[in-house]
Design a binder for this molecule. Sequence first.
Ligand code: FAD
Length: 412
Amino acid sequence: MTDVIVLGAGMAGVSIALQLRKRGWSVALVDRTEPGLETSYGNAGIIQSEAVEPYAMPRDIATLLSIALGTSNAVHYRPLTLPQHLNSLLSYWWNSAPSRYQRISAAYATIIAQATSEHAPLIAEARMEHLVRREGFRVLHRTQAAMDRGTATAERLKAEYGVAFKALSPAEFAAAEPSLIGTGAGAIHWLAPWTVSDPGALTAAYGKLFQQRGGQLVHGDAASLEQIGSGAWRVTTDDGHLEAEHIVVALGPWSPQILARFGYHFPMVRKRGYHRHYRVQGTLNLPIMDDANSYVIAPMAKGLRITTGAELTGNEALPMPVQLRRAEEAAATILKLGAPVENRPWAGVRPCMPDMLPVVGAAPKHNGLWLHFGHGHQGFTLGPATARMLAELMMGEKPYVEATPFRPARYA
Ligand SMILES: Cc1cc2nc3c(=O)[nH]c(=O)nc-3n(C[C@H](O)[C@H](O)[C@H](O)COP(=O)(O)OP(=O)(O)OC[C@H]3O[C@@H](n4cnc5c(N)ncnc54)[C@H](O)[C@@H]3O)c2cc1C
């Protein structure tokens, strides 16, 4: 019997597996595939230390109208699937009201502040420095009015949270990125985030580090999870039954579905995103977020990766990459975008909780059941930081960051 089985080997799962191994626990990490092949593979690769305020649901009439009419590229929805999302969206709306959002952001900022310092030792020990740039990323604003609004927001975040930025004129932006053929009204350069040229490879390298430290990586289906007579937990794997006193559910977007079998109903706003790589003449030094068109274009190992905003659709719905097509058109106005690398775009789901905070801590109704999911737009950023919090809770220690806002019982 091992001490703990971690279900899911995305950034959330490999991070908690490493934290517990470091504390001397015997740990088995179970995934149906290899580490870092799902959401933690397909993201924009930004360790977003500037994202001190989580992504709220828009509440102003103009933005809601543009979403409803399908003219926004930030959100796309399929009307027939909207009823599936209704409860989560209502709760998301409620939590996005200014006073609640302010409280949520205050909690979020405390954990975002730990993001780079918790990644740093893992990047070094996994010998993955070559994948990481510590030079931030830039947000393109296409009009002067948008640039002014972006600068005002950046100044507020700097004053309230100490987030560092530099406002770049079109000429400064062009000098920083010589491949650009359009620089709009300039850019906000967030200076502190780190960017990763292959997020899946970094996650996989953390998984390898876990094995080098004596952790056990096993193929298996989390759906086989059961609690046995003694109160211990059992999972069926390719190597037979595994049993442990503790279980951690770190299954990203698949977490609520497994937990429903144990009487937990976690609402999740499932925001699907797409990506595709492109060949390009020249390249970019750092990722660019195109504010008006809601995509990120990032230099990656396979080419320039465009990642899209949120699509609300059915769990099993066939891909409909409308936002990617619009992003390609917009990107072609700032770069000489070449042919796509893949035949088909990748698609994955951001596991967003309606209150925008990840779920970290003990499940309220079962001994030995621990939860680590729901990191939404910033799970690649936050995996190691929330993993340390969870490991400290599992050890019975006082967590290094106040854990109450993240407790699973808030959804009980
Ligand atoms: C387009 C896009 C762009 C993004 N950009 C960024 C960004 O720039 N920065 C950032 O911080 N975040 C970003 N995110 C969010 C981030 O990618 C996620 O929050 C994060 O990857 C979630 O990690 P996870 O470990 O919780 O889930 P996952 O990485 O999805 O891991 C879940 C694991 O569970 C396994 N699993 C599922 N079901 C089973 C089962 N039944 N049995 C066994 N194993 C199972 C899967 O195989 C998988 O390995 C982006 C997301 C998207 C979609």
